[in-house]
Design a binder for this molecule. Structure first.
Ligand code: XMP
Length: 527
């Protein structure tokens, strides 16, 4: 651990020490803070707010960030961190609730503000050292708080104020503890990344040396050590996460990796062929394709309830895996492409925040039942990092940039009953949407583009004949993190081409709608 006399900062730390811990007090922005730190090439982890001092020490962080949160520090059950954290000599930056907690713990008063402040504010900087070095005297900042620090002891120096918040930023005079009432991590604080940069470099001494290439090398090495002479199976879904997981493991253990692709009849058009090409030609991995379309369609026959569909698909997957894995001698490990947001959202991280946001996602459920030891080499990465890593590992651009596809596949996009003819309609329409968006050069800007087959039929007229056919919805969204999303403002001409082609080319469809709901309150998938 570093010496306790770092009040204004550190001169340098080694690359291995360049780890920032983000203590999560229930903030909706904890992940965003992590992204901003990683963007500066500094490795970071989100951990529970009540992490023990011992666990913090073991991780040897270069700095600690206390996130915001919905609570009031003066409430008896408010989440608190171990107060010893402020005396470790490791720089601490409290953001919003984090600042209130730091002040409350070290000698300040936090009270309910006269009015809840939410939105843009103009912040006047009273001290341009440390956090605000190199910044102008006035900043646009984003506020989101009901409480604020109203008084601090002489141990603190106020650094900034706004018209309604007299202490908008502080630093402790003898401990390396800083606080910001506003959110530097959101884009509405345009110079927020400079403030974080100041914290990470000048105050914590980080040099921004974390690189994905290092991550790949270290992870491959770690996997080799952990797996030894064991054998790993990895499910391939056609998506980028499982592909990168497999590519990484292939580099680590070569032929002792066996990949299993379950052809469940719910994949997108040409998905299976693309995976086969990548993993037999490029990586020459041991690839097993399980033909299970009949099995999945029969277990789904007549089922319309979304949760029941997912449940049955989950069980069928497990059975397919178990059966195939039995044919492969000596399997001890199961590799899974769990990403950092999955870990955080599912509350599955040992040190993660407790809230479970997405019950329906696959993290956690499958592997325990399978009885294998779990290997998740991507659990520290965000999606864009996984894509970059995929390219470094030699995966094709096509595969790496493919839009995410849910585990239960087209089943959750085929509303109502799932039958082979309906899946064929869906697949054909989906292929048109994706190819038109690609042709328009908008595929990479769009996070996800797909078709949903609705459980509705409507009247139309084709030639001189009346039709009574299926309706589809086109769903295209823009998002960075998939936790919030907005519908893509596709050009009308493109939408017109998509609609005309679907109705002309996909037999059985006579109506195309465009989904203009954002998430929240809608979700990206319809089921
Ligand atoms: P929602 O519909 O929750 O989706 O807004 C957010 C992202 O997650 C994907 N998704 C899934 N991925 N298994 C997965 O592996 C699932 O069961 C699942 N459900 C949704 C969805 O496609 C989007 O990218």
């Amino acid at each position: 651990m570093s010496s306790p006399d770092r009040t204004a900062g550190r001169t340098s730390v080694s690359a291995a020490d360049e780890r920032i811990l983000i203590l999560d007090f229930g903030s909706q922005y904890a992940q965003l803070i992590a992204r901003r730190v990683r963007e500066q090439n500094v490795y970071c982890e989100i951990v529970r707010h009540d992490i023990s001092l011992e666990a913090v020490r073991r991780r040897q962080p270069a700095g600690i960030i206390l996130s915001g949160g919905p609570s009031s520090v003066y409430e008896p059950k408010a989440p608190r961190c171990d107060p010893g954290l402020f005396h470790l000599g490791v720089p601490v930056l409290g953001i919003c609730y984090g600042m209130q907690l730091a002040c409350d713990t070290l000698g300040g008063r936090v009270e309910s503000a006269p009015a809840r402040e939410y939105g843009r504010a103009r912040c006047d900087i009273d001290s341009d050292a440390d956090l605000f070095a190199g910044l102008p005297g006035h900043l646009d900042v984003w506020m989101s708080h009901g409480d604020q620090v109203t008084r601090v002891s002489d141990d603190f120096a106020p650094l900034a104020h706004t018209a309604t918040c007299p202490i908008t930023a502080v630093r402790h005079r003898s401990l390396p503890v800083f606080g910001l009432q506003f959110h530097p991590e959101v884009t509405h604080t345009p110079l927020g990344s400079t403030i974080l940069h100041n914290f990470l470099t000048t105050i914590c001494g980080c040099q921004g040396r974390w690189r994905l290439g290092d991550f790949a090398r270290e992870t491959i090495e770690r996997m080799r050590e952990r797996i030894g002479n064991g054998r790993v199976i990895c499910g391939l879904s056609g998506g980028v996460d499982s592909a990168v997981t497999a590519a990484l493991l292939y580099q680590a253990i070569g032929p002792r990796l066996s990949c299993i692709l379950v052809d469940n009849g719910l994949l997108r058009k040409d998905e299976e062929a693309a995976v086969l090409a990548e993993f037999t030609h490029h990586f020459k991995a041991d690839l097993h394709v399980v033909r299970a379309e009949e099995r999945f369609l029969s277990t789904l026959a007549g089922v319309t309830d979304p949760q029941e569909k997912r449940r049955r698909i989950g069980h069928a997957f497990i059975d397919c895996f178990k059966e195939e894995a039995k044919k492969i001698q000596g399997v001890e490990f199961l590799a899974q492409g769990t990403l950092y947001p999955d870990v955080i959202e599912s509350g599955a991280a040992p040190d993660g925040p407790a809230a479970t946001i997405k019950l329906h996602h696959n993290v956690g459920g499958l592997p325990a039942e399978l009885g294998f030891e779990l290997v998740e080499p991507l659990r520290d990465l965000f999606k864009d990092e996984v894509r970059r890593l995929g390219l470094e590992l030699g995966l094709s651009e096509d595969l790496v940039w493919r839009h995410p596809f849910p585990g239960p596949g087209l089943a959750v996009r085929c509303l109502g009953e799932i039958t082979k003819p309906r899946l064929e309609i869906l697949r054909a329409a989906d292929e048109i949407v994706v190819s038109e968006i690609k042709a328009a050069g908008l595929y990479r800007q769009t996070a996800q583009a797909f078709v949903v087959l609705l459980p509705v039929r409507s009247v139309g007229v084709m030639g001189d004949a009346r039709t009574y056919d299926e309706a589809v919805a086109v769903r295209c969204v823009n998002t960075d993190d998939f936790m919030t999303a907005d519908w893509s403002r596709l050009p009308y001409d493109l939408l017109a081409r998509i609609s005309t082609r679907i109705i002309n080319e996909v037999k059985g469809v006579n109506r195309v709608c465009y989904d203009i709901s954002s998430k929240p309150p809608a979700t990206i998938e319809w089921e």
